[in-house]
Design a protein around this ligand. Sequence first.
Ligand code: GDP
Ligand code: MG
Length: 814
Amino acid sequence: MKLADLEPGQTGVVTKILGHGAFRKRVMEMGFVRGREVKVILNAPLQDPVKYSLMGYEVSLRRAEAQLIAVETLDEWDKHEDKSLHIHSIKDSGEDHNSVRKDRIINIALIGNPNCGKTSIFNIVSGAHEHVGNYAGVTVGAKEGSMFYKGYRFNIVDLPGTYSLSAYSPEELYVMRYLKDETPDVIVNVVVASNLERNLYLTTELIDMNRSMVIALNMFDELERKHAKLEYETLGKMLGVPIVPTKASSGWGIDKLLDTVIEVYELQSPDTRHIHIRMRPEVEKGVATLNDIFKKDISITQKFSPRYLAIKMLERDPEVEHMLEDNPNFSKFCEIRDQENSKIEQALGDDSNSIIAAEKYGFIQGALAETLKNGDPQVEASTKIIDAFVTNKLFGFPIFLLIMWLMFWATFQIGAYPMEWIEKLVSWISTLIGSLMADGPFKDLLLDGIIGGVGGVIVFLPNILILYAFISFMEDSGYMARVAFIMDKLMHKMGLHGKSFIPLVMGFGCNVPAIMSTRIIESRSSRLITILINPFISCSARIPIYILLAGAFFPQYGAWIFTGLYVLGIIVAVFTAKLLRKFWFKEDETPFVMELPPYRMPTAKATFRNMWAKAKQYINKMGGLILIASIVIWALSYFPRYESEQVPQSFYDQTISDLPHSTLEKYSDEEIQKLVLKNYQQENSILGHIGKFCEPIVRPLDFNWKICCSLLAGSAAKEVVVSTLGVLYVGDDDAELLSERLRTPSKLTGQPPFTPAIALAFMVFVLLYFPCIATLSAIARETGSWKYSLFSICYNTSLAWIFAFITYNIACRV
Ligand code: GDP
Ligand code: MG
């Protein structure tokens, strides 16, 4: 029988993992090993994937993958298996740490499963504000920080989460290489107290490595809440690694953790000793044979312990093979390894990979059987109840859409109040400067360039913070992982993975970290597609543009226009993904094995810290990139200067003859002269030439040259679109706010620069056209080639043009 054949509510016992390579390895390290009970919890709304529970945590698999896991019912299993799950005693090997260090710098590496609280610990120790989130794969790449404590300098590195140390996913490889190249003084292995069985698997591998180590028993509060009791001191003695309970979200226990790190570093910890995780004699024999060979060669064992290498060789780990490749005896090693492997397979009837995984889990079970008393399972009920709704067949999607709509509604409607206050403040400052300063280029720069540009964008800070609060809540609470779960079937249809949905939702914040977070996706082709469709997900930098235009032309329908634009972005992304899968990246398939962490209420402190970090980032961007861009745009539109005598008579006559009656009636000759000069000035400025040069391309959309300039300027950052409009439409008429200026008929032509139809087409264009520089370079960095950035520029802009053209023509007709 296969796991896929079980119905929700049924329980099976794993007998064998079929399939091969990455999939096999991944499901085994997640705990699907022989003899393990797995319960079917529920199906996703579209029947696929399916949520299972094993070892007290939840994981989702696609049906096709569950088809590769052979199971028996409990009765069948009981009949033929004596239930003694290979539980082992733990034996001291007598080896000891004997290196002595005198320097007072301690390099620490944080290693642990995804989502166990590494970044939270890192933030407390280093005082940083790194991103935390309740789903796998938040930290990409390593982050370093440092602090002084009791006379030591701690250099701490936050590494991406891994389930084991093999070479199958980019993170695992990253952590492996880090341990090889950087050799930290002390490893802090972070484990989740309420999910020890699976978390300790990685610990067993670290123990094999024989490095100085401390275990942080994080989320200790969850253990307490369950009323479970763990004799962690005893467990620490068994493992030969000191264990310190911590609650990283509140900072509890971190001092003790650092004290223990010092103890371990100074070789004064009573609990530290090197143990061997003994496996069955058949396996141990194979390990010993390789171990003895490696031991003799110092060049091999510099980085890793011989036992670790021996076990990894038996597992055929590609990275370890790669490390040993240069050794002159490599072919001999492989030969011996193959011999030993076939001996093991003959004796035990399974390949050594599965046997080693099962043995390690057996060891963990044995250790926990002696030290852990499980508490009240009722406490986990809340996660079950919430999941019954949010992953429900009927409610799952409506709840997701409702949350999205609520997010945009709050961004637009609630954000409008603080936005108004900041707007008032900005216009008050600008009036003040206008009345205090003498006329001249410097005043123009300050008023038109800086306040017109930066001031026009800073007002959107509250809206962006609200959006980030929503995203951060979804990430921290664990809802994001559920979104990936319910979306998997749809994503699968476009050749992607439910996990690809997380970068897409993150893209609502900013495309750059979203593109970086695609590293959680194992398959390269899926990852490339997710990267390339990410710019269609409307980032928060585009919000100012929507708020400006939707607020000016469709004030009652703000949330609807928002939702409409976001949905359009998603549709284009889906369409593009399908296209890419069909014509460019044909190869497919990664297993969908994803942990569904229990819901955790985000702390107010963490949420505020996150928002404050975002606010700071936004303000920095205003003070840096946007300020510079505004000044540059202003200068390009301000120079070269002209005097009224320089305006050619023909230009003058032409402009006057085009002037609408209203203007001629309302203004004096002198004012009209000024107006003509200003117009000549703008049109003949450097920016005017650039804009006029590009204008023909967007003429069919009825965008004028100023709009065209703002779009070009958006390549620096999307907010600059608004600040450029602010600079170019400054003081064109009597209206004070930019939103009013955009809909007031211009004195020159009698036409407003934007009509509702142009505004719609413009928003669609902004949604889809080329990404900003930061995103383009993120694409190049993550894909390893500028080719993909170039593709983005051309493809996205063409689509933007087509969609804007269609929108404009439809909007003009209704
Ligand atoms: P990482 O993936 O290992 O870096 O984990 P994070 O630091 O991003 O944390 C994952 C989630 O667990 C976040 O939602 C944290 O707020 C939460 N968390 C971290 N430490 C604790 C803890 O001690 N107790 C509880 N209840 N939650 C925690
Ligand atoms: Mg992290």
